[in-house]
Design a protein around this ligand. Sequence first.
Ligand SMILES: C[S@@+](CC[C@H](N)C(=O)[O-])C[C@H]1O[C@@H](n2cnc3c(N)ncnc32)[C@H](O)[C@@H]1O
Length: 269
Amino acid sequence: MEHYHQKMQSTIGDWKPLIGVSEKLLAGKEVANDEAPSSLLPLLKLMQLIMKITKESEWDWSNPAIQETFKGMAESHLYKMFAEATVGVVSSIIRTVEIGTLVEVGTGPGQVTERLCEEMRQHNIAVPIIISDKSPTISDVGEKLRKSFPQLTINDFVWDFKKDPPRELVEKLTKPVLLFERFCIPYGGYESIDKICPIADILIMVEDLNLTGKKEAYDVIMERIGAQFFVYAEAKKYLEKHFSFIHICDSKTIEAMNLPVTDFTLAIK
Ligand SMILES: C[S@@+](CC[C@H](N)C(=O)[O-])C[C@H]1O[C@@H](n2cnc3c(N)ncnc32)[C@H](O)[C@@H]1O
């Protein structure tokens, strides 16, 4: 988290221009790329894509064009920074305590997973991994990872986390289970926390959880693709049903940059 803190400060600096550009986009106006700091360009591009696609059709995660855009975003500096911190937190836990199974929900194209597998290979760790997504393309992601990391046990499942996990997935779990996810729970709503957490002994939740209660234009734009506005206080109520220890990992960064959200929540049974 210290590494993440240094990087956030040096890369993003001021995030507030995002409010102005998202307000313009929501009002249907054009926004030039240089209206946002270059580090925030991936977010601007995502919002532009959402405004364009949702005007013409339904948002469909399985749509190859959308998957491709997210893949591109995941390769951006901004998302890599989040991926690096996610992998850093997950891998420091699996190097410190014995974990039976690693589970990821909403894996998407699997960039975070791939980096984690790389990290595991470097440290000679072979905790079995289960990846999952509601999109059936998860089987291709699983296939690709198994090919790249033959020494690891990687299973993939289609799991819509608005529902209970598939029985076949649960049967593969060995306790303690470390479950992690990035940027997907708000697509399922708060109730999906109740579906995901029963199988997790430790949870790493990498999500924008709002701390101020104020909904901005970018939150409204994200709602267009089904990502609900998630408030930390409310999410915490759900997490408290399943975990006794809940911790905001990025408080130092939030304070230093005056951020309206926390991005790294750790919860332990
Ligand atoms: C923004 S992408 C994030 C992908 C990946 N976690 C990452 O950080 O690169 C959101 C992912 O959540 C998945 N998703 C959305 N709603 C879901 C649901 N109800 N159950 C399971 N996955 C879901 C989508 O299919 C998509 O792959």
